[in-house]
Design a protein around this ligand. Structure first.
Ligand code: ADP
Length: 266
């Protein structure tokens, strides 16, 4: 009899197995494993120095791992540089977005990939197409920006993150890495950004959300990887951990207890 409940294991868009990275004698990462699946959000949580940036740099092609394996859509590989990562559909949105504040939103949306029309010496930027597309792509993500001609510098930090996410989706990213997208934002703006992170997931992207905020992670995350001083201290699927447990792990429950005792003595 055939087992109809059996489903073949899905191939992850990106899979890290037992990855390590050293900078000279400094161990930045050791034994880190994670999977990024289409239509899911994988959260990477950790304090300063946990190894989050190093992890992003490996998946984004800026640095290469020196132990373990990295597979993209099932194929073991080494990403030579950020262009290589991008060509494989891995886009990264950094916290300090590379935007030109005085340029219009549409110009920033297409920065470096401007479509042109006409031929030979008459070739020029297809401004109307860029305006229309920027507006339509933002609308598709649920952002109704009336004036795409306004300088991007006039948008809030959260809105700028959203434009960057819509841009990655438009240019065909399969994997979207977000580096602390809510770190510098207030509660309301963070909520807006998380909504668009979820919208990218709903469009079928595999999202990696780097954060040190367990509340933000738990609002949208499907899996959680906890890093501490370069090692993986936990890896959970959503069903296996509660927000309280996640918060406790992040706060370093035992260390906080020790600190409380010390302070009480003093
Ligand atoms: P996080 O992003 O979580 O704050 P990082 O990945 O930046 O953590 O850092 C992890 C560890 O690796 C830290 O101990 C840090 O000092 C070290 N590290 C990071 N980048 C370098 C580098 N370029 N050279 C030497 N050590 C580094």
């Amino acid at each position: 009899m055939t087992d109809t409940t059996h489903t073949a294991p899905r191939t992850a868009l990106v899979e890290l197995s037992d990855v390590s990275k050293h900078y000279g004698n400094v161990r930045a990462l050791e034994g880190v494993s994670l999977q990024v699946h289409a239509g899911e959000i994988t959260c990477v949580l950790g304090d300063n120095g946990a190894g989050k940036s190093t992890l992003i740099k490996i998946i984004a092609g800026l640095h290469q791992h020196d132990g373990g394996t990295l597979a993209v859509e099932g194929e073991e590989t080494r990403l030579a540089n950020p262009r290589d990562a991008l060509d494989r559909g891995i886009a990264t949105v950094y916290q300090d977005l590379a935007v030109v504040p005085l340029m219009p939103v549409w110009r920033n949306f297409f920065l470096g990939s401007e479509p042109r029309k006409g031929a030979g010496p008459f070739k020029r930027l297809d401004v109307e197409y860029m305006r229309r597309t920027t507006h339509a792509e933002l609308l598709r993500m649920g952002i109704d920006l009336r004036d795409v001609d306004q300088p991007i510098g006039t948008l809030s930090g959260g809105e700028r993150q959203c434009v960057a996410i819509a841009r990655a989706v438009h240019f065909g990213a399969k994997v979207l890495i977000l580096d602390e997208p809510t770190a510098a934002l207030g509660v309301k703006q963070s909520g807006v950004v998380l909504k668009y992170v979820a919208a990218a997931r709903d469009q079928g992207l595999g999202v990696v959300l780097i954060t040190h905020n367990p509340h933000h992670a738990y609002l949208v995350g499907d899996r959680f990887v906890l890093l501490k001083r370069g090692t993986m201290v936990g890896s959970y699927e959503r069903a296996d951990i509660t927000l309280d447990e996640l918060t406790g792990q992040m706060a370093g429950g035992e260390e906080l207890d020790d600190l409380r005792h010390e302070l009480e003595r003093g």
